[in-house]
Design a protein around this ligand. Structure first.
Ligand code: CO
Length: 161
């Protein structure tokens, strides 16, 4: 495994619509492993392939319940609303309130090309929406209704300043 460079806001690659994965091969598996390692190294809860400069529909998420790998993910259902502070590894010093669905259902493929479903509420719902947005060139700053200053607590939680 290897760490990849994270593409930052302002880079055109973050504005592209990513293409579907068609081959579930060892090249994809290395990419997934690298994405997970890169996300963990940066204390993130999610990372999308365009954030390492690869314009494919691939996402990794870990909100503290173990890794979830999503290939060609599609949101099939959204219910309710939540509004919370969000950030992005591609813009480490920006934070803002984003309204997201309270609950989402997603269908995706795993690294072997097998279809599966995942349901998320709270942080997982937000991460699913945020990362899938990345695959369509959408950044959280496009959706934020209020940007805020936050400082990081020792436990890793973000607190409004
Ligand atoms: Co992001």
């Amino acid at each position: 495994m290897a760490l990849r460079n994270i593409v930052k806001f302002g880079d055109e690659r973050l504005r592209k619509k990513c293409r579907e994965v068609t081959e579930f091969n060892d090249k994809l598996w290395v990419m997934l492993d690298d994405m997970y390692e890169t996300m963990k190294q940066s204390d993130g809860v999610g990372l999308a392939a365009p954030q390492i400069g690869i314009l494919r529909r691939v996402v990794v998420i870990d909100v503290g319940e173990g890794p979830i790998e999503l290939i060609n993910p599609v949101i099939t259902s959204m219910k309710g609303k939540q509004r919370e502070i969000e950030g992005c590894l591609s813009s480490p010093n920006q934070w803002g309130y984003v309204e997201r669905p309270a609950k989402v259902k997603v269908t995706a493929f795993n690294r072997y090309g097998k279809e599966f479903k995942v349901e998320g509420t709270e942080l997982l719902a937000r991460a699913l929406c945020h990362e899938i947005d990345h695959l369509n060139g959408i950044l959280f700053t496009d959706l934020a209704d209020e940007m805020v200053d936050v400082e990081e607590e020792e436990d890793g939680k973000k607190k409004k300043r």
